[in-house]
Ligand binder design. Sequence first.
Ligand SMILES: *Cc1c(COP(=O)(O)O)cnc(C)c1O
Length: 379
Amino acid sequence: MVDLGGQYQGIKEQVNSSISNVLDSSAFINGPEVHAFQKELEEYLNIKHVIPCANGTDALQICMMGLGLQPGDEVITADFTFAATVEVIALLQLTPVLVDVEPDTFNIDIAAIEKAITPKTKAIVPVHLFGQCANMDAIMDLADKHNLFVIEDNAQGIGAKHTFKDGTKNMSGTIGHVASTSFFPSKNLGCYGDGGAIFTNDDDLAHTIRGMVNHGMYKRYHHDVVGVNSRLDSIQAAVLRAKLPNLDEYNRKRREAAQKYSSALKNHEHILVPKTVNGCDGICDTCDCHVFHQYTLRILNGKRDELVQHLNDNGIPCGVYYPIPLHKQKAYVDERYNEADFPVTNLLVKEVISLPMHTELDNEQIDYITAMIIEFVNR
Ligand SMILES: *Cc1c(COP(=O)(O)O)cnc(C)c1O
């Protein structure tokens, strides 16, 4: 599904030398590499504050702690995503409110958010799923209207841009009040272990969070708030510094692969290729709204599971993200949920399939994969 080895070959010298610098310095936690990476990412994103932390799940949790959300506060998020989002809501004893997603972009459905808002709602967590920005115009409007926080889960969307109705563009993760991301190795900007970060333009929130990631300390051994131990280590920061200058190029390669997949697979009666919000299906050279963390098809003839088996039998890796709606996961079942509210997620979990997607895919591989899929669905 990913080819981290191939990508490493292209940056091997830089990565090896910066890791060995860290080893020589012995500044393993919060060393100069971490601060340099923080500054470089702030510049790349055009945001005031990046606060590195240990992983993307912690980043989400710390966003919610930093905003001062309290037990019982309702937090609205998508039913169709990775479980980390709902997990941290539940861990903090906030009340998760899962809502349905859109059938074409797979992102959180605006009408469903609006319907779920109650006097207890405090925050919305849009996930930029598979690398495409959620509808941030509408989400920010709703948040303004109802006085809610917006926490962007940008674990899959780093490097994507959202184009507002007025034509201005913002990097994903810089639009809401605060955002989280993950540097898990297979993410678009991945390190060689665990890593994550929080982004915000809010000075006070950034200050609060900087202490929270380090045991609630603002002055050494003075613990002003309850915090956590969630830091990025310097070796991971060294890897990220070597990769960040290549991120746009990595994302361009992903888009190029997506474009080739879509050209081969579109217009087939049993296949829906991913739709981008600007309508180009990822098939345009300047498209920057989607960074294709995953390239995800819908298989419409009811044979998704057989296709997965067929591809696996022929040596083609593929994945089903995600096979179970969060509202049906044992840990998160809740009698408040009504099946009629999740028609899209309930369908998507049976239809989606994600193809290999990374920076090292070549034409031959893409041709082989798409030919195999078409041959199967034509049967
Ligand atoms: C990967 C991911 C996370 C969690 O990141 P970790 O670094 O693995 O903790 C959270 N949300 C989404 C949408 C993700 O894809």
